[in-house]
Design a protein around this ligand. Sequence first.
Ligand code: FES
Length: 118
Amino acid sequence: MLTKFEKVTTRDGLEDGKALVVRFGREEVCLVRWDGKFFAFANHCPHMDSPMQWGYIEQGFIECPWHGFRYDLATGARLRIPGAGGLDLYPIRIVGDDVYVGPRPPSPAPAPRTEYYG
Ligand code: FES
């Protein structure tokens, strides 16, 4: 499990338009480089868990290899269906030539219950 920022490649270690899978225990992260920028997200499609590293990458989106749903690389949002499940993004940190991926922020805390007394 990813608990801190870990170096995954270098700036030149991944070609533009390509994906790389890095594993942290049972956690698989798909790292993509597009237009010189890096993006990282869980390597499973939110629809039916297809491996996203085989997705088609173009114009800032990745298309799932199984059913063709498209996701915005920068936001993880599913295109054309606002509000539908999107990619689980990971933070990226670039230090010099090194590219790091960090743990995902915790899910938002559940809304506090309202308790009534009296
Ligand atoms: S598994 Fe990705 S669109 Fe269906």
